[in-house]
Design a protein around this ligand. Sequence first.
Ligand code: SAM
Length: 263
Amino acid sequence: MYADKEQKEILQSKGCLLTDQYLHDYEDCFVNKWDELIDWEKRAKSEGSFFYDIFRQRNVQSIMDVAAGTGFHSVRFLEQGYRVVSVDGSANMLVQAFENARDKGYILSTVHTDWRRLSFDVQGEYDALICLGNSFTHLFDEHDRRRVLSEFYSKLKPDGVLIVDQRNYDRILDEGYSSKHKYYYCGENVSAEPVQVKDDLVQFEYTFPDASVFHLNMFPLRKAYMQKLLYETGFGSVTTYGDFQETFRGEEPDFYIHVADKG
Ligand code: SAM
């Protein structure tokens, strides 16, 4: 997947994690447990009408869910009548998403591809592109982040909108970890804690009630850096929400949601 073999070798020799790491992180058994971690019902409640309001204001009809995972958002938006295509680089995740959708009476339109190849593998342009659930943070080098944002940009219609979220890594890096555990990973009795925090890696450990343990490796994106990347990709405006609210001065949010309009 690395166009530049030399760059890949340099990163590896420095002990850096590569963007392909997500394929190892989302092994079979972890994917089977993902829905236990996120709890669809509680998550839908915590999001409320946040996404629908954004879609309504922009007259969105077609959505590309680029980090489909087990299909939480794809299914939610299909249920509301949007045209959705579900993309993911992990085949395990897409299989689970397809089954989850089928159980609710929907046939998911899926594309198995890596974001770095999006424009090769997905046809057409969309009104909205969503990259949710702290997924963008799986990109470990700046070159890939810029390349992927350009791919996302190119798959949007001229007045399209990208919605991308991330953990509040500023707080984790500057003050240490704490979480209201309310908005994203709503599963009861599943603990999610960072076990490594460095400027270029945060490793989260997930422990389930049956004592199984999994790890996810992520790049700690700072909010201002992410906003800068979005503007430098060409997005005309970027509004950042904290835990689904526009004003988040009182309490530091667990997650940021960037809404980037192309036009
Ligand atoms: N959006 C879902 C949710 O909120 O429940 C899943 C989030 S999960 C943290 C991240 C997803 O992004 C995984 O399904 C993973 O396979 C996918 N992903 C990460 N990096 C990717 C890449 N470079 N290309 C395609 N998919 C990727």
